[in-house]
Design a protein. Structure first.
Length: 247
């Protein structure tokens, strides 16, 4: 009997040693059961060259779809075919310069050209009086009363645009009332907004704050504003320098 017990114990020890020597894929301590293919993909995802990553980020920004929109008084005064109206500063039709173009339009065209964007002029169905002095009182009343404006045409596929450059004249330190209606009409959620404008001394006034209140889910970048009576060439040069800073 004792011999039988010794034999059985010996056999069990041999089987135990054989089990300890069997291969286990030589897996390090703590490694999970993740399939090799998945593990390799994860490693590649975190070993990205920093320079390459930055380049891809810049290219992604440059591929964003850009819209340039602007509201100019000189383009919202109805039929001017029988009038001798110079296309000067669209905020005030100020004639103290030798400009051939409105500075708001100059900047809008520059932004569209430099950023490869689509250009859209905001036009209202109820245009203002072409006589600036007659228009002033009406426009101020519109702001006080919160008048609602409607537009001649819609922006097609507005939701497709990632970045919107928006040009606005500053009227009495605030948004022209048609632009309040514009922001109420379109949803800027998730879009990057770059404001630019012209003024007669107020700079942006309270306009940026108004826009942020109307579009709380948009990202507003620092904007560019310049006096309405600045020479076209100076406006173009300074605005181009501003555009270069925006990816």
């Amino acid at each position: 009997m004792r011999r039988i017990i010794v034999f059985v114990v010996t056999v069990c020890m041999m089987l135990s040693l054989a089990a300890c020597g069997s291969p286990r894929q030589n897996k390090p301590v703590g490694e999970t059961e993740t399939p090799p293919q998945v593990t390799q993909q994860s490693a590649e995802a975190v070993t990205v060259d920093p320079a390459q990553s930055e380049t891809e980020h810049i290219e992604a920004d440059s591929d964003r779809k850009v819209l340039v929109v602007y509201f100019a008084y000189s383009e919202n005064i109805g039929d001017t075919s029988g009038m001798d109206v110079d296309a000067v500063t669209s905020a005030s039709l100020n004639k103290r310069t030798s400009n051939s173009d409105g500075n708001l339009q100059v900047m809008a065209r520059e932004a569209a050209a430099v950023k490869n964007g689509d250009l859209f002029s905001i036009q209202i169905t109820d245009p203002y009086d072409p006589d600036y002095n007659a228009m002033v009182g009406v426009a101020q009343k519109d702001q006080r009363d919160g008048k609602e404006f409607y537009f001649v045409s819609e922006i097609e596929n507005f939701s497709d645009y990632d970045t919107v450059y928006i040009g606005i004249p500053v009227w009495w330190g605030a948004l022209p009332q048609p632009m309040v209606s514009f922001f109420e009409h379109y949803d800027f959620s998730g879009k990057t907004v770059v404001p630019f404008g012209i003024h007669l001394g107020s700079r942006f006034g309270s306009m940026i704050g108004q826009m942020k209140e109307l579009e709380p889910n948009a990202l507003f970048l620092d904007g560019f504003t310049i006096r309405a009576d600045t020479d076209n060439d100076k406006v173009r040069a300074e605005f181009d320098a501003f555009l270069e800073k925006i990816n």
